[in-house]
Design a protein around this ligand. Structure first.
Ligand SMILES: *[C@@H]1O[C@H](CO)[C@@H](O)[C@H](O)[C@H]1NC(C)=O
Length: 357
């Protein structure tokens, strides 16, 4: 990596810091919001799937090799997720614990929890296919979590935590990549457009239910350019090495609907701040212009051959795993590297000012 490129990567960190300073009126070391609550799929799962009878796990090397502890945690990454960086930028000194883990107890719960489950989606059938936790069940766990917090700090204080907390949802990728595109049952019944309508109904219901239990700050990520994920190019690219246009088209159409439905949901629910975080463009920029951000590899992922492997196939015996992932946009066939997550998190923060203020 040249000095120039490194400087650019630093500058995205600088931007994040700048935003943080701008929005922070109280410089007393407290986080900007009381808690961080996370729902969704493998982009944000920090270990809930470790405790499930599912094949979709990442609790073995080389996952986690660059994490703070240099151990696998269940994160589908070599290091930190974008939401880990986001937690740091918000001033938290720890990450929201996986709700199904031993860490999710006592005071640790007061600054948030993570309910996400790899291979889950907006469509309940996706999670069920992989024995992951459906979004409906994630919300049920959140209600259970709320009961625990109320017991610890009382109803009034607890309600302040729930209404002040940032709630993040990252879902939808698995509905397409791990379900719709490989599931003839769905594909013969629904066009991509009809399928996205089903996902939108589920999304809208989820947001309203979350609002119903006291959430007032909600952020939701768009779909990434799914056609550019290394495994998607391998599986659906017909031998080409280019991003799969058809998949990116579906993702863009989904994202447009997500934006308009979010506006109408926010209109209906007084006091709700609902922000749609665009991760499509930032990730597309990394993929199409990797060197602009100090990356040199965006087609091959670091783990294994880098063209397909994720979960069980990305393991300590996978041949070809790169020795240093900092120049790779993707860690495995479906998931960004820690270095890419840091860039994405800088973008999220810049877009998220409205949620904090
Ligand atoms: C990977 O490379 C970067 C710079 O290119 C360097 O800062 C970092 O220490 C390296 N990491 C490891 C684990 O060798």
């Amino acid at each position: 990596m040249t000095k120039e490129k490194r400087k650019m990567r630093v500058s995205s960190k600088f931007l994040a810091t700048l935003v943080l300073v701008l929005v922070s009126s109280v410089a007393n070391g407290d986080p900007l919001v009381p808690a961080l609550i996370i729902f969704g799929d493998s982009i944000v799962d920090v270990g809930n799937n470790n405790n499930l009878n599912t094949l979709i796990k990442a609790n073995f090397p080389p996952y986690g090799r660059d994490f703070v502890t240099h151990r696998p945690t269940g994160r589908f990454c070599n290091g930190k997720l974008a939401t880990d960086f986001a937690a740091e930028y918000l001033g938290f000194t720890s990450y929201p614990p996986a709700y199904l883990s031993q860490d999710a107890r006592g005071d640790a719960l007061l600054t948030g929890a993570n309910f996400a489950s790899a291979a889950s989606g907006l469509y309940g059938g996706t999670a069920n296919l992989y024995r992951a936790i459906t979004l409906t069940q994630q919300l049920n766990y959140y209600k259970e979590y709320q009961t625990k917090v109320v017991k610890m700090v009382g109803k009034a204080k607890a309600n302040d935590i729930f209404s002040g907390a940032i709630h993040l949802l990252s879902a939808g990728s698995s509905d397409y990549i791990q379900n719709y595109y490989i599931n003839p049952l769905l594909r013969t019944i629904y066009t991509p457009d009809q399928f996205s309508d089903i996902l939108m109904r589920s999304y809208s219901t989820f947001i309203q239910n979350l609002y119903g239990v006291g959430a007032r700050r909600i952020g939701v990520t768009t779909l990434p350019p799914t056609g550019c994920l290394p495994a998607a190019i391998t599986l659906f690219g017909g031998g080409s090495n280019q991003c799969v246009a058809r998949l990116n088209q579906d993702a863009k159409a989904f994202n447009n609907k997500l934006n308009s439905i979010s506006l109408s949901v926010q209109d209906k629910l007084p006091g709700l701040k609902l922000v749609v975080f665009d991760i499509y463009q930032p990730l597309l920029d990394l993929v199409t212009k990797p060197s602009d951000n100090g990356f040199f590899e965006s087609r091959r992922a670091c783990c294994g051959t880098g063209t397909l492997e994720t979960s069980l196939l990305c393991n300590a015996r996978a041949l070809g795993t790169c020795s240093n992932a900092t120049s790779y946009v993707f860690w495995d066939g479906f998931h960004p590297s820690e270095a890419a997550n840091e860039v994405i998190a800088g973008n999220l923060l810049a877009q998220g000012v409205g949620l904090i203020s």
